[in-house]
Design a protein around this ligand. Structure first.
Ligand code: GLC
Length: 465
């Protein structure tokens, strides 16, 4: 049960006020004495000139013009703009925005195309935790240019470092979590599910009851089973939470073990029963649309969905709880490690301004602001003890450990080829979830795709049976 709290923001934010403080009438006159109109005008002119001089003094000798690419899910771009605009007002530099598509793999494809074409359209880029290995040759090394990097979660620092070079600075972390309708669990006297079996049963029971009461469409569980990067995350969580793994410690394929196949078979059985058939085409925002409009009891998503579900006008405001994802027999709850970091393009003509922008956007007070106003999970463990962060996100306390222990996708294992490896994984898993092939034959086919003799995608393929 989570305490009630004020809405943490729904995409509507007051403008950030930056720059020199505007003078008020109380500064240089006694409040009881009102100066004559002519004097008031003169005073405004003088103060205006003084304010302009202050801005000019703090503006850099030469203002830089930067382009930042920072789109993503939910309120990500909006939050990025709030902070980058504030930096621009404070420093006198200019920031323009490069719009990116929502799905992570489409975002990556666009960035890679730009880099491959030698374009210098972007100076600062919001990179997914799984990207640095793929983009390494196009990113500026930030080693020794950023203070306090040790304060971030070790998993995020690892993801940002390639061959000992720090290529990005953590911005926020992500971990898959279970959103549930507290009111419906109470009404139907069911506990928050701890296992996937419990989730399956409770989802079916509440779905049946709600539909019988005339609430249609209504679904038990919405998640992300579209063939895209998000499915790699969902499948990783399902398989790991059954005590299995995608790859073993030596990089060998492990997703065809019996518990991994059970996890996939169970998830396939949800499609069209407790999950809508359309879940096979759902990304994060599709699931949120169904859950937030009140048409589902459970949702797997990232923490960003919290402040939106709690926002003004949300039909489920005050009715939502968050818990660790359930687990299967022989496993424990598992959250995929997600998140974003900020990197500087190697080709930038303004490296100093670009690094300064990255510093500003990843400063502890800015990470704290994003957590409070928009629910993004901080990459700084210290903020999980911050009273204001916890008041806006009561689930961060109990989930701090989930984020700390989140499971990385095989990006370090696959290096530059992660994009191809992940595409093979989500395509193979999607076929199983869609019922086009069973888990035994589907995982065997996926193994064959990853280890094609002509072009094996993994170093450990040679060691495969
Ligand atoms: C979230 C995660 C990101 C992941 C993506 C998949 O944005 O932060 O790491 O790649 O979802 O859809």
């Amino acid at each position: 049960m989570w305490p009630k709290h004020a809405p943490a923001g729904s995409g509507q934010h007051p403008p950030v006020v930056c720059g020199p403080r505007q003078p008020t009438g109380d500064l240089d006159y006694h409040p009881s004495v009102t100066p004559p109109p002519s004097l008031r005008r003169l005073r405004r002119v003088i103060l205006g000139i003084a304010a302009a001089a202050l801005v000019a003094a703090s503006a850099p000798a030469q203002a830089a013009r930067l382009v930042i690419a920072c789109g993503g899910i939910g309120t990500e771009s909006e939050q990025c703009r709030i902070a980058a605009d504030a930096w621009a007002r404070r420093t006198g530099h200019q920031v323009d925005y490069f719009a990116l598509p929502r799905p992570a793999d489409e975002r990556l494809a666009l960035i890679r195309q730009l880099f491959a074409a030698g374009s210098n359209a972007i100076d600062v880029i919001a990179v997914d935790v799984v990207w640095p290995g793929m983009l390494a040759s196009h990113l500026l090394a930030l080693t020794s240019r950023i203070d306090g990097i040790d304060r971030h979660l070790p998993a995020m620092r690892d993801a940002a470092t390639v061959d000992g070079r720090l290529l990005a600075v953590p911005w926020f972390t992500d971990g898959g979590v279970l959103f549930y309708r507290r009111d419906l669990l109470e009404r139907h006297r069911r506990p928050v599910p701890r296992t996937w079996q419990e989730l399956t049963e409770t989802a079916a029971l509440i779905q049946r009851a709600e539909r019988a009461a005339g609430h249609s469409p209504f679904w038990g569980y919405v998640w992300q089973a579209r063939a895209y990067e998000g499915l790699t995350c969902n499948a990783l969580e399902l398989i790991t939470s059954h005590g299995a793994r995608l790859f073993d410690a030596d990089g060998r394929i492990a997703f065809d073990s019996a518990p991994a196949r059970d996890a996939l078979t169970q998830a396939a059985s949800w499609v069209g029963t407790i999950s809508p058939p359309g879940v096979l085409n759902y990304a994060e925002e599709d699931s949120r649309g169904v859950f937030q409009s009140g048409h589902a009891v459970f949702m797997r998503n990232w923490p960003y969905a919290w402040s939106l579900a709690q926002g003004e006008g949300s039909p489920v405001r005050g009715k939502v709880g968050i818990a660790p994802l359930p687990h299967g027999p022989g496993g424990g709850s598992a959250a995929a490690l997600g998140g974003r970091m900020l990197a500087v393009a190697a080709h930038t003509r303004e490296p100093e301004a670009a690094i300064d922008l990255v510093r500003a956007l990843t400063a502890p007070q800015e990470i704290r602001r994003r957590a409070i106003e928009a629910g993004f999970a901080p990459s700084l463990p210290a903020l999980y003890g911050d009273a204001d962060v916890l008041a806006a996100n009561p689930h961060f306390g109990p989930l701090a450990e989930v984020f700390r222990q989140s499971v990385a996708r095989p990006s370090a294992l696959a290096g530059e080829r992660y994009g191809q490896v992940s595409a093979a994984l989500f395509t193979g898993f999607h076929a199983i979830l869609a019922g086009r092939i069973d888990a035994t034959r589907g995982t065997a086919a996926l193994r064959a795709t990853l280890c094609r003799p002509a072009n094996p995608l993994l170093a450990a393929c040679g060691a495969e049976r």
